[in-house]
Design a protein. Structure first.
Ligand SMILES: *Cc1c(COP(=O)(O)O)cnc(C)c1O
Length: 389
């Protein structure tokens, strides 16, 4: 089955849809049983989509987890109230006091805060590694998990995922990857040996900037532990958000392709502007590690960053403020274009240095006509030059 056909088909088992096209929204806390035996059987059948208690999910949840398992080629999949909780629960599922954790230095900032905060308080030590190396030399006897994110948040370094996985496997270390950028459509981490693939479904999977949701998919060896420990943590997600995300998945292919092609045009225009130092877009050779992107991932999307020759906050603010079509905001992967002044956030790293003399803006390109967006950026650079003059 081709990718677009699969996106339409997944999770539409008749036991979830009944006679409708889409799975039912099954809202429930209490599930009632016809007999004691039926109740006990439902309790045992954790993986077969048996409804037991609302926290474990209803038919809507199981339609979504079945869909994600197929897309990720996973043995099991757990749903969380947001991407951050999917990350924190995945880490907590495989780490104990006294363990060491290796995390890529370009990691999403809240992941770093959790490692340096909660995990440190519970006796897990984290060290960070350069996204452009395989952190073999940093592996210790008590290293239990390597956390990958590729491309990295804001600065977009692409990792040699295959190389990192090989080093981890040689030392019996679990690998967890934040795969939010690629989505299962453009990269399947489990297929190259990553143990757990994590997504903020808040981004492209749901795609309309109106849902918070997270998901983690595991291979056979890691699924029982991820499932049991995530359930212990009491994490579950609203079936309305799950339904909305499953609806988003139907159009994931068309949205991402269109946004990627809009972003490509805009990136090419930006590369020509004299104030631009270089692009952090994984299709461009100026993006560190772009050769791994070409090797591993099937396509880009609407997200990329722009490094400016100067880090002049007043000029950057003038550029970002007063946009007509781009909105200022965190998050990305929705249908609408966003812009973010990111110089300040990209400096928070410990294993590598970020050149703070350069400015950074991040764009998430939406489904607007790309010429309107270029016109908007053209005016933004007029404002930028005005301040620098
Ligand atoms: C947004 C994001 C997250 C966190 O997701 P939330 O749903 O906002 O909690 C995690 N990783 C990456 C790469 C993200 O961009």
């Amino acid at each position: 089955m081709k990718d677009d056909t699969q996106l339409v088909a997944v999770g539409r088992n008749k036991k979830y849809t009944g006679s409708a096209v889409n799975p039912r929204i099954a809202r429930a806390s209490t599930i009632v049983f016809d007999s004691v035996e039926e109740m006990l059987a439902a309790g045992r059948e954790k993986d077969n989509g048996a409804e037991f208690y609302g926290r474990r999910g209803t038919a809507t949840t199981f339609a979504f987890t079945e869909a994600m398992c197929e897309l990720e080629q996973a043995a099991g999949c757990y749903v969380y109230p947001c991407g951050t909780s999917a990350i924190t629960a995945s880490l907590m599922s495989f780490l104990s006091a006294g363990d060491h954790l290796l995390v890529v230095d370009s990691v999403y900032e809240p992941t770093r805060e959790f490692c340096d905060g909660t995990l440190a308080r519970y006796g897990v030590e984290t060290s960070y590694y350069d996204p452009l190396i395989i952190p073999e030399a940093s592996i210790r006897e008590n290293t239990k998990v390597i956390f990958i994110e590729s491309p990295g948040s804001l600065t977009m370094e692409v990792q040699d995922i295959v190389g990192v996985v090989a080093a981890a496997k040689a030392h019996g270390i679990t690998t967890i990857m934040d795969n939010t950028y690629a989505t299962p459509l453009n990269f399947k981490p489990l297929a190259v040996g990553v143990d757990i693939s994590v997504h903020s479904a808040t981004k492209y999977l749901s795609g309309h900037s109106d849902v918070m949701l997270g998901v983690a998919s595991a291979n056979q060896a890691h699924w029982p532990q991820l499932q049991a420990r995530s359930y212990e943590l009491g994490l579950c997600a609203s079936v309305d958000d799950i339904y909305t995300t499953l609806r988003g998945i139907r159009t994931l292919g068309v949205r991402m392709r269109e946004q990627a092609s809009n972003a490509q045009l805009i990136a090419e225009w930006l590369a020509e502007q004299p104030e631009v130092d270089h692009l952090r877009h994984p299709n461009f050779s100026s993006c560190p590690g772009y050769e791994y992107f070409a090797r591993d991932m099937s396509a880009s999307n609407g997200l990329f960053s722009v490094v400016l020759r100067q880090n002049n906050p007043a000029a950057i603010n003038a550029l970002v403020d007063g946009m007509r079509h781009f909105k200022i905001g965190f998050s990305w992967g929705g249908y609408e274009s966003l812009i973010l002044a990111a110089s300040e956030f990209s400096a928070r790293r410990t294993a590598t240095a970020w050149d703070e003399s350069k400015g950074l803006i991040r764009l998430s390109i939406g489904l607007e006509d790309p010429q309107d967006l270029i016109d908007d950026l053209n005016m933004a650079f007029v404002r930028y030059r005005e301040v620098l003059r």
